[in-house]
Design a protein around this ligand. Structure first.
Ligand code: SF4
Length: 417
């Protein structure tokens, strides 16, 4: 418990209870003040506001009004010109939001254009074969997004006559749409008063209130969503949400925020405390593990073998060359190990030949070295025993372009011809 209270603090007030409960966290601020990083007097309310969001006093209305004015004035001059802007079509906004999850804007642009050229409406997407949807998504990664978007389009057609729902509970039910995506679609398409919280706004809000906790903890999320709700204006919330994202993306950037150009710098507590590069607290990086895998180009009468990646596996829904983790060190041991894998999984006998390529790539926290080998079909049926049951196809090399493959699978195609 803290013994001392800050200047101007009334120990008889309800603030005392808060202070006593959260005193250890307040130490952080006191040390900041001692270092001279806080450039103006800090009241007890601000202390609590900054250090513990369960007791947070959200910014008052005059702060919020000033923040909105400055943000929107900046957005009028500096808002990004993006292909999915300037439309109120919820389908277009939806596709862009799903593609932008975990993916840079510049990477998304060509995918977005191709996807909408082929599937301009919810109905056209709902009618499509999943292979075709995944083929257009190929290279964008996180393929579950594409499969869920496809499933959700079918639901919109089946349950809402092809019209994207306007109510949050209905949107929330759709596969692949979480609280952020629902808020973004509804606010941008229909000007619904729904807040948003994504990577850019997490960073921006954390800095505005100098929140030093874990942004993805329950506590952090509660604070940041409360902030998103409190800031949202009554008029044009969609435009406001886009302005927040743009400020986070263009000015309040991850490594080196451009505070000198920031329209809300005088309102920013992290800036005032000199903590803008320390907030938000960086996520602990997962430990990277090395893996060794092998892929096989199995040939049979001018065709090569592909299998359909089953549900629950990495790249579910995509097609792939047979690929297995390997442990054998010696080439002869490896050939036998791979042949055994294929026999057990696919029910066919093969003879493994020479190595044709080595590829290195990353999947989540794994750094994978993938060795690719030639192999020759010897005998056995093509109906795959599994488990799980696996669909296989013998394809001519020129047919490979029609099938959605992972990035390394696509690279292997050059040796399959
Ligand atoms: S002043 Fe700096 S840290 Fe604060 S919101 Fe602006 S860019 Fe971000």
């Amino acid at each position: 418990m803290m013994e001392a209270y800050p200047l101007g603090f009334d120990p008889s007030s309800r603030d005392k209870r808060r202070w006593d409960c959260y005193g250890s966290k307040v130490n952080v601020l006191l040390s900041l003040r001692e270092r001279g990083n806080v450039t103006r007097s800090v009241t007890s309310t601000e202390v609590i506001f900054r250090l513990d969001q369960s007791m947070i006093e959200l910014p008052d209305e005059s702060w919020r009004a000033l923040f909105r004015r400055r943000l929107l004035a900046w957005y009028r001059r500096h808002g990004r010109d993006l292909p999915w802007r300037g439309t109120c079509d919820p389908y277009v906004i939806w596709v862009s939001e799903i593609m932008l999850q975990q993916t840079q804007v510049e990477t998304v642009k060509p995918y977005f254009a191709r996807f909408l050229a082929e599937f301009p409406t919810i109905e056209s997407l709902a009618r499509a074969e999943e292979d075709r949807v995944l083929r257009l998504w190929e290279g964008l990664g996180y393929y579950r997004r594409a499969r869920q978007l496809h499933q959700a389009a079918k639901r919109v057609v089946a349950e809402h006559a092809g019209v994207f729902p306007r109510q949050l509970p209905a949107v929330d039910q759709l596969p692949g749409i979480g609280r952020y995506t629902a808020g973004a679609i509804l606010s941008i398409a229909f000007d619904a008063r729904e807040p948003i919280l994504e990577a850019n706004t997490v960073r921006l809000f954390s800095r505005l209130v100098a929140f030093r906790g874990e942004t993805f903890s329950t506590q952090g999320q509660r604070l940041l969503w409360a902030m998103a709700e409190a800031l949202l204006p009554r008029r044009h919330p969609g435009r406001f949400n886009q302005a927040l994202m743009d400020l986070g993306s263009e000015v309040c950037t991850g490594r080196a925020p451009r505070c000198g150009e920031c329209p809300v710098s005088s309102l920013c507590l992290a800036r005032q405390a000199g903590l803008e590069t320390e907030i938000p607290t960086p996520k602990r990086k997962p430990v990277v593990e090395s893996r060794h895998e092998a892929a096989l180009i199995v040939r049979r009468r001018g065709r090569v073998l592909l299998l359909h990646r089953p549900e629950g596996q990495r790249w579910a829904g995509l097609w792939d060359f047979p690929r297995y983790p390997v442990y054998a060190e010696h080439p002869l041991g490896l050939a036998q190990e791979l042949a055994d894998h294929v026999r057990r999984q696919l029910g066919i006998a093969i003879e493994v030949g020479g190595r044709v390529a080595t590829l290195r790539h990353g999947v989540t926290r794994f750094r994978i070295t993938l060795e690719c080998y030639e192999a020759r079909y010897l005998s056995g049926g093509v109906a795959a025993p599994g488990p799980p049951p696996i669909e296989t196809r013998w394809l001519r090399p020129e047919e490979l372009g029609q099938y959605p493959l992972s990035t390394t699978g696509r690279k292997l195609c050059q040796w399959a011809g």
